[in-house]
Design a protein around this ligand. Structure first.
Ligand SMILES: C=CC1=C(C)c2cc3[nH]c(cc4nc(cc5[nH]c(cc1n2)c(C)c5CCC(=O)O)C(CCC(=O)O)=C4C)c(C)c3C=C
Ligand SMILES: [Fe+2]
Length: 399
């Protein structure tokens, strides 16, 4: 066993120290260097990373159930997860134990040598975490409850609910998978994976510097999304503020995740004019119907945009000023039993209160898009604020 090995350097892009090891002096050099590396998103801040962070291209999302009834064990898990997540976002190994030849390494190793890839790891707590197992009922915010039945949906219990969620986003799919895999492994005996979703391409932009991506229906998606620069909208619609009944949640946010299947073959047979009417935008440019530029404001007073167009029914103008910060991903799980493509949009949105999602989704009951999609999985979680130095994820729950 060589102590140097326990300071192993994971990614080759930063300076001279390679896999061979890192001595104490190098560690300081590394943190200074790492701080300047554009591929590292700071883990400790007032808000959790992975919400307004410029959206990365890859996702691994996981929902977990807690299998212990021991509150101290849950706290231990959150502390361990915090340390491991922080380390992985820096492109470092999950700390501890990697030099013992008689035990499995602490880190599974598949991200060894890869760049940090702007990894963000974001945690959320589901309504079921606040039941009678851990004495957390008094810490439960009134806004956190299972979503009502929302038409049209056909939810698969195998992709619904969860006590905890982890959203890992990065520019490299192996980095996101590694993060969730290692947290699941560290949680063995305390949590079990309930469901998991990989996403391969972002379907939104969360910063003005990002180009708008396209979803699997071929349309630009995220044009009118909330951006990190819109701090007034974030305060009004995304970050939990003084209005909360649970002060420990200030600076947090709620996340709603929906696994939405697209009937891609049917969509691909639809003619272009109808596809455009479904969304209320031109397919090529992304401009609202009747306008010319992608970022032109839709004229919702005009009949160019049909009454049942997606952008009309989802718009803040139609929903009392409600905004959602969307952060979804395209996904595919191959084909279904009939040979049709099984793919769609893994919708993720952050908001101040889940009733914002319920309002918009209720308005979407008459959406022209519903002919081509179905909601088949769902989760709602409250994300605590960011961790400041010395704290662990969700510490406010226990103090
Ligand atoms: C309940 C919220 C929403 C669900 C569910 C949803 C599903 C969904 N959306 C698309 C594609 C597009 N959505 C677009 C805009 C848009 N969508 C929502 C909300 C939900 N979408 C909002 C709030 C908005 C913005 C409305 C506005 O302010 O104009 C667009 C247009 C481009 C854009 O602004 O992002 C597309 C395209 C799919 C494919 C889908 C389910 C599979
Ligand atoms: Fe949408």
């Amino acid at each position: 066993m060589t102590p140097a090995l326990s300071r192993r350097r994971l990614f080759s892009g930063l300076g001279a120290v390679g896999i061979g090891g890192l001595v104490a002096a190098d560690a300081t050099a590394m943190s200074a260097s790492a701080a300047n590396d554009p591929q590292i998103v700071p883990f400790r801040a007032a808000n959790q990373a992975g919400i307004v962070t410029p959206q990365q291209d890859r996702l691994t999302f996981a929902a977990f159930d807690v299998v212990t009834k021991d509150r101290a064990e849950l706290v231990r898990l959150l502390k361990t997860w915090t340390t491991a997540a922080e380390s992985m976002t820096k492109g470092q190994l999950v700390p501890g134990g990697e030099t013992d030849l008689q035990a499995p390494p602490a880190d599974t190793g598949e991200a060894d040598g890869l760049k940090p890839g702007n990894l963000t790891v974001t945690i959320g707590f589901g309504p079921s975490l606040f039941d009678d197992r851990f004495g957390l009922a008094s810490k439960k915010p009134a806004a956190l409850k299972p979503l009502p039945k929302l038409a049209p949906e056909n939810l698969d219990p195998a992709y619904t609910g969860g006590d905890l969620c982890i959203q890992a986003c990065a520019d490299d799919p192996q980095v996101t998978f590694h993060a969730v895999r290692n947290l699941a492994r560290l949680g063995a005996g305390t949590v079990v994976l309930r469901w998991m979703q990989l996403g391969f391409g972002r379907t939104a932009s969360t910063s003005s510097a990002q180009a708008t991506p396209r979803n699997l229906m071929g349309f630009k998606d995220g044009t009118r999304n909330v951006r990190a620069e819109q701090t007034d909208v974030l305060d009004r619609c995304v970050w939990i503020g003084d209005e909360t009944d649970q002060p420990w949640l200030r600076g947090g946010s709620y996340v709603v995740a929906r696994r939405i299947r697209m009937y891609i073959e049917t969509w691909d047979r639809d003619y272009l004019a109808d596809q455009q009417n479904v969304f209320g935008r031109y397919k090529a440019s992304g401009a609202p119907l009747g306008r010319t530029d992608e970022f032109d404001t839709p004229d919702l007073g005009s009949s160019d945009i049909p009454d049942n167009a997606h952008i009309r029914l989802a718009s803040p103008e139609h929903n009392g000023g409600i905004h959602l910060l969307r952060r979804g991903y395209s996904f595919t799980d191959g084909i279904d039993a009939t040979g049709n493509l099984l793919g769609g949009l893994f919708f993720i949105a952050y908001m101040k209160d889940p009733k914002q999602f319920v309002t918009v989704q209720t308005a979407l009951a008459g959406d022209a898009l519903n002919e081509y999609i179905q909601h088949i999985g769902s989760g709602v979680f409250v994300c605590p604020p960011g961790v400041t130095p010395g704290q662990y994820w969700g510490q406010g729950l226990f103090t």
